[in-house]
Design a protein around this ligand. Structure first.
Ligand code: HEC
Length: 271
């Protein structure tokens, strides 16, 4: 028999069977997937994203969040963890990443679907249920400002440092101590000489503010007292400048708050 013919037919079968199995069959199986409503009057789930949250998808994509974060909650049958020497399954649900596993219907409106492959950071499929807006902004601005041990990169370039006009900060201004906002994106500390100058200029006000909140009175002129005063002052907000989110940061956080894939019960996601 002609060898060329054998190779041709073999290759055809190989490629067409994988196309049938990996493209056509899943397409046929999932093409009629619809949002789910328990009873006819209920709001269907999922809903397409709109407005800021939709714009946030692009910011999420552009900044490579996908390389460190998955968006898929594993079923109770997967994800091992240990307790009292016994191996158990369902780590994702135990960690609070979702009340159930995620299924194809959860991703109905996702373009593209960002399941992810790496979990350098926690799964974000249901992160909207875990944190409020101010936390998300502080964490995106610099993860170390919230979790000192974090290895997530800072996205401070999504925020702007502005002068406060008329003594009134913007409603959106981040509530963070000056250690994070004097030099946005970095943790700032004054040099010894700068600290001396600051104390000389507004030492009395700083000492008063510190005493108002301090539990125990420390001698402000002892070395320990001065060190404590500096730590206290670094956690207070900067007066003249504020750090505000850009439209991109607002959109990104709106998207994170809209990520609630592991909550609404679905009949096909029992575990
Ligand atoms: C280099 C890897 C890396 C990249 C890139 C990254 N992260 Fe993270 N992320 C982490 C790690 C590690 C943590 C856990 C520590 C922490 O909370 O900061 C985390 C935590 C988080 C959390 C808190 C999750 C929870 O359940 O506590 C959110 C929200 C988050 N990241 C959002 C983002 C967004 C949005 C982006 C893109 C703008 C991003 N991350 C990019 C590594 C990364």
């Amino acid at each position: 028999m002609d060898r060329g013919m054998v190779i041709f037919v073999g290759a055809l079968l190989t490629f067409s069977s994988s196309w049938l199995g990996l493209v056509l069959y899943p397409y046929w199986q999932l093409q009629n997937e619809q949002p789910y409503a328990k009873s006819p009057g209920d709001d269907p789930y999922p809903r397409p994203l709109a407005g800021q949250a939709l714009a946030g998808v692009r910011v999420y994509q552009a900044n490579g969040c996908l390389y460190c974060h998955s968006q898929q909650v594993r079923s109770e049958k997967f994800g091992n963890w240990w307790e009292d020497g016994q191996m158990k399954t369902g780590a994702d649900i135990k960690r609070g990443w979702g009340a159930r596993r995620t299924v194809s219907r959860d991703y109905l409106y996702d373009r593209p679907t960002m399941l992810g492959t790496m979990r350098t950071g926690p799964d974000l499929a249901n992160v909207g249920a875990r944190y409020a807006e101010p936390w998300q902004h502080n964490h995106t601005f610099n993860p170390r400002a919230v979790n000192s041990w974090s290895v997530m990169p800072s996205f401070a370039f999504l925020y702007a440092r502005e002068k406060v006009v008329g003594g009134q900060k913007a409603a959106k201004a981040l509530k963070l101590g000056r250690e994070w906002t004097v030099d946005p994106g970095y943790r700032w500390r004054p040099t010894d000489r700068q600290w001396e100058a600051i104390l000389a200029a507004r030492g009395t006000a700083i000492r008063q503010a510190h005493l108002a909140g301090a539990v125990a009175r420390v001698d402000p002129d002892s070395p320990a007292g001065r060190a404590e005063l500096l730590e206290f002052w670094l956690t207070t907000e900067e007066e003249d400048y504020q750090v505000v989110p850009t439209t991109a940061a607002d959109a990104l956080v709106a998207y994170l708050l809209a990520l609630r894939k592991g909550e609404t019960p679905l009949p096909e996601a029992k575990e």
